[in-house]
Design a protein around this ligand. Structure first.
Ligand code: GLN
Length: 493
């Protein structure tokens, strides 16, 4: 029962090799043992998890009694880890911020509803950078998460807890969110698969908004096959998210069967020359080179392309994103949502409204959240709006157009995920700009709203003594099948 995937779990469950309850108990026990050192989970949900596992077992028995195993959803009973900025009614949802330390979710996120309907088991909520701002999980208000491959290194971020949980096998799979790389980058550093769907494919309802025009929820899994299964379970329009559509769900129907390699290898892969430059470490360039060779051996054709505005992507993102952050985080004012203990005490003593605002936000937000609120408020302020925000929006269009042009020549684009493998804890915390550079290869994908997947270049077992390196495949809008199918063939060989 080591390293169960969604697929192998489902097969075992349907064959009655084990029950959902047995597996849930085994994972909860493993979490108790390993989480004190890893800190991948901020909270666990044992009673709810066991109750759902029992319900899953009952549903499985019922379907089997009817002779209809095919009616059992792929996610039934699957033990999942959920990033702490995604709401599950009745459970804590802190987004790793002190400001929400005492907050309990009052409703289910869109993805939560879908996974509950399939009777997936939620083991607990995972650690992250505060409000998903960061690339190392070091900005969490509740302690760092360690990389299971090397305890002195970061797991990446912001979905570092989700990536570490999957890599350490204290969850079968996990859910994260990605605004500029937060699923793909930690997946790359932890040696697991991380998939960010097309903007609008998955509901953002109940995902605490960081930058609404960039945020997207997606899977972190042990295999690409699992990423496709989990994606199919969460894709689809939601009346509570006006930017969600059904295009992704319709396209996802083709994921049911993997087309033969002869079919899939007709897809041409583009290599953007702007992504294979000096700043790339030797490990990453060697490993990504090997991945390209492997795909060539499988029969894929490659073509060099150019995405000329790549050099502006980071600057553009660090204007658009903080602008949205500053308005999204305005809601945490000490009136709505939970009060931090200091504010609750001040209110008892008759604090003024201004006191409440100042204390709640002053003591509740961490340094990175404050930095971005300040930046965002500045670029939106009258007099600077045209010079910064509006200009950044124009650049965003240029970056999107680069991809549109590239997709006239090739079907998908292959790039590294990060410039280096996992870095040491503390290495970049004193220098925010070097931390921001971590997402140089993932950010353009969010700016353009495209689907992107991070796949380990090879299999990296925990304890194997090697730091994982991933590669990224970017697809056309709503063409998640292209990148998932290439990935599925890659991992089979
Ligand atoms: N690391 C990037 C940032 O700090 C991306 C974060 C994310 O995708 N949520 O903004």
């Amino acid at each position: 029962m080591e390293n169960l995937t969604i697929k192998s779990f489902h097969e075992g469950l349907v064959a009655k090799d084990f029950s959902a309850r047995e597996i849930a108990e085994a994972y909860l026990a493993k979490i108790k043992e390993q989480n004190p050192s890893l800190n991948a989970y901020l909270s666990t949900a044992e009673p709810q998890a066991l109750e759902t596992a029992d319900a899953a077992d009952a549903a499985v028995s019922e379907a089997l009694a009817k002779g209809a195993p095919e009616t059992i959803p792929a996610m039934t009973g699957v033990p999942l880890a959920i990033k702490d900025n995604i709401l599950i009614k009745g459970l804590p949802a802190t987004a790793a911020s002190k400001i929400l330390e005492r907050y309990t979710a009052s409703y289910d996120a869109g993805v939560t509803q879908k996974l509950k309907a399939a009777r997936a088991v939620f083991l607990g909520k995972t650690n992250m950078d505060e409000f998903a701002m960061g690339s190392s999980t070091e900005s969490s208000a509740f302690g760092i998460t360690r990389n299971p491959h090397d305890a002195d290194r970061v797991p990446g971020g912001s979905s570092g807890g989700s990536a570490a949980a999957v890599a350490a096998d204290i969850a079968v799979a996990a859910i994260g969110s990605d605004t500029g790389g937060s699923i793909r980058q930690p997946a790359g550093l932890c040696g697991v698969v991380g998939f960010k769907p097309t903007y609008g494919a998955v509901s953002r309802s109940g995902l605490m908004a960081m930058a609404s025009s960039l945020d997207q929820i997606g899977p972190l899994t042990k295999t690409v096959e699992d990423a496709a299964l989990l994606y199919k379970a969460i894709v689809g329009a939601d009346p509570l998210d006006a930017t969600s559509t059904n295009e992704g769900a319709i396209a996802a129907r083709t994921l049911e069967t993997l087309p033969p390699l002869d079919e899939v290898k007709k897809l041409t892969i583009g290599l953007p020359k702007e992504y294979f430059v000096d700043g790339l470490s030797k490990e990453v360039s060697d490993q990504v080179g090997k991945a390209i060779e492997k795909l060539k051996k499988l029969g894929f054709a490659f073509k060099e392309i150019s995405l000329p505005h790549t050099k502006y992507a980071l600057s553009c993102y660090y204007i658009v994103m903080p602008a949205e952050v500053s308005s999204n985080l305005a809601r945490f004012d000490g009136i709505r949502y939970a009060r931090i203990p200091e504010v609750a005490a001040a209110v008892e003593k008759g604090a003024s409204l201004m006191d409440v605002y100042m204390k709640q936000r002053g003591l509740g937000f961490g340094a990175e959240a404050k930095r971005r609120i300040l930046l965002g408020t500045f670029v939106l302020s009258s007099g600077y709006y045209d010079a910064y925000y509006e200009k950044a929006q124009r650049v965003r269009t240029l970056i999107t157009n680069d991809f549109t042009e590239a997709f006239k020549e090739v079907d998908v684009v292959l790039t590294p995920v990060t410039p280096t493998p996992a870095f040491k804890i503390g290495e970049k915390t004193a220098d925010p700009l070097s931390m921001y550079l971590e997402d140089i290869f993932t950010i353009p994908v969010n700016l353009a709203g495209l689907p992107g997947i991070s796949i380990p270049t090879e299999s990296y077992p925990v304890g194997g003594g090697r730091l994982p390196v991933g590669f990224q495949i970017i697809g056309r809008k709503w063409h998640e099948a292209d990148i998932l199918n290439i990935g599925r063939w890659y991992e089979r060989n």
